[in-house]
Design a protein around this ligand. Structure first.
Ligand code: GH3
Ligand code: MG
Ligand code: MG
Ligand code: MG
Length: 315
C-alpha cells in the first residue's frame, strides 16, 4: 500500500522497512470507545508490526499502561464516556513524559479546537478523521523516530563514549537524588573514587590505543564487581567514581578492597605481552551536607592513597 503510493523513492522504502523492523519490539495502544474504530486503528498498528493493546475507555487505558509501562505509543479518541481523551492524557502525563511516550490524538468532528486541546494537554501529535492510511503511517513513524532520537541523545548525554559507563554528569545527577534519599534515612551511600596508578606509563609504553583498551577492561571489571544498584561512572581520564548503595557496615571494608583487587588481577593481553595495572581508592562513607562534599572527601582520601604508595584504599 505504502509502496504503491510512493512509486519513486527507494529511500522512503528503506525508511519504511527500517521502521517496521523496529516496531516489532514496540508496544502501542489504541484507546477508543467505538469498537469499529478501535479495531480499524488496532489492525493498522498491527499491520505496521506493533504489539497492539486495545482499550475501550480512558480507565482501561490507564490500567493497561500500569501493567505495561513500556508502551511507547498511544493513539486515542477524544469523545469517550466518563473520561475523555484529553483527561486521560493528563493522567498519563503524570508518569510518562512526552519524550518517552508518544500520544497521538484522533480528532473527529471537533476539528482544530480538539486538536488544540490535545496538544495543549500533552499529546505529541494529532490526526483528523477521516485520514489517509498513508498520513497515519508516516505521522506515527515520525513520532517513533523522534522518540528514538531523543532516547539516543539522552543515552549519549549520560554515558561515557569509550567505556559505556555513566559519565560524571550522570553520576552527579543520580547521586544528588540518592543523596536526598540518604538524608531522609531511606538508604546509605558510600562514595568511592578510583584512580589508576601510573597510567601515563601504560600509554607511554604501549600507546594510546592499548591505554584505551585498559580503560575499557577496567570499566567492565568494575561493572562486574559492583552491584546492579551501584552507580559506576568514568569521572574523566583514568578516574572512576562509584556510589555504593546500602553497603552493610561490616561489609564495607571487604567491598572496597575487592574493587582494588579486581583491578590488580586484570591481565590485559597486548602485543604478545600481558599488561597489569593497579588502582588507588579514596572512600567516604560519612554523610555530609551534599554529595559534592562527600566526593571532595573521597578525593582527599585518594590523594593520601597515592601518597601511601598506591594500590591501596584510604577512607
Ligand atoms: P598516578 O598514579 O599519580 O595517578 O599517575 P598517572 O600516570 O596515572 O596520572 P597522570 O595524571 O600523570 O596521568 C594520567 C594519564 O591518563 C595521562 C593521560 O594521557 C591518560 N589518559 C587520560 N584519558 C585517557 C584516555 O581516554 N585514553 C588514554 N589512553 N589515556 C588517557
Ligand atoms: Mg468516541
Ligand atoms: Mg592515575
Ligand atoms: Mg587521575
Amino acid at each position: 500500500y505504502i509502496i504503491k503510493d510512493n512509486p519513486a523513492s527507494l529511500s522512503i522504502l528503506a525508511q519504511v522497512i527500517g521502521r517496521i523492523l523496529k516496531n516489532r519490539n514496540t508496544k502501542a495502544m489504541i484507546v477508543d470507545d467505538s469498537s469499529t474504530a478501535r479495531h480499524y486503528v488496532g489492525d493498522l498498528l498491527a499491520h505496521y508490526q506493533f504489539q497492539v493493546f486495545k482499550a475501550a475507555s480512558g480507565k482501561d487505558a490507564l490500567d493497561i499502561l500500569g501493567e505495561h509501562p513500556d508502551i511507547r505509543l498511544v493513539v486515542t479518541d477524544f469523545h469517550m464516556p466518563n473520561m475523555n481523551g484529553v483527561e486521560m492524557i493528563r493522567a498519563i502525563r503524570q508518569n510518562h513524559p512526552r519524550e518517552e511516550l508518544s500520544i497521538v490524538g484522533i480528532s473527529s468532528g471537533g476539528g482544530s479546537a480538539t486538536a488544540a486541546m490535545f496538544i495543549k494537554h500533552g499529546a505529541n501529535d494529532y490526526i483528523t478523521k477521516p485520514f489517509l492510511r498513508e498520513e497515519f503511517f508516516f505521522r506515527i513513524n515520525q513520532n517513533m523516530d523522534t522518540l528514538d532520537l531523543l532516547g539516543a541523545y539522552k543515552k549519549a548525554a549520560n554515558h561515557d563514549f569509550l567505556t559505556g559507563l555513566y559519565n560524571r554528569r550522570h553520576l552527579t545527577e543520580i547521586g544528588n537524588k540518592l543523596y536526598a534519599s540518604q538524608r531522609r534515612g531511606k538508604l546509605t551511600l558510600a562514595s568511592i573514587l578510583l584512580d589508576l596508578d601510573f597510567f601515563k606509563a601504560v600509554n607511554d609504553e604501549y600507546g594510546h590505543d592499548l591505554g584505551d583498551a585498559v580503560l575499557v577492561a577496567v570499566a567492565d571489571k568494575l561493572r562486574q564487581t559492583t552491584r546492579e544498584t551501584d552507580i559506576v561512572a568514568r569521572m574523566g581520564g583514568e578516574e572512576f567514581g562509584i556510589l555504593a548503595v546500602n553497603l552493610a557496615p561490616d561489609h564495607e571494608e571487604a567491598y572496597f578492597d575487592r574493587l582494588r583487587q579486581a583491578v590488580a588481577e586484570l591481565a590485559i593481553p597486548a602485543d604478545g605481552k600481558i599488561i597489569t595495572i593497579t588502582a588507588s581508592l579514596g572512600v567516604c562513607t560519612k554523610p555530609f551536607d551534599a554529595l559534592k562534599d562527600m566526593l571532595h572527601a573521597a578525593d582527599k582520601a585518594l590523594y593520601q592513597a597515592k601518597a601511601r604508595g598506591r594500590n591501596c584504599v584510604v577512607r
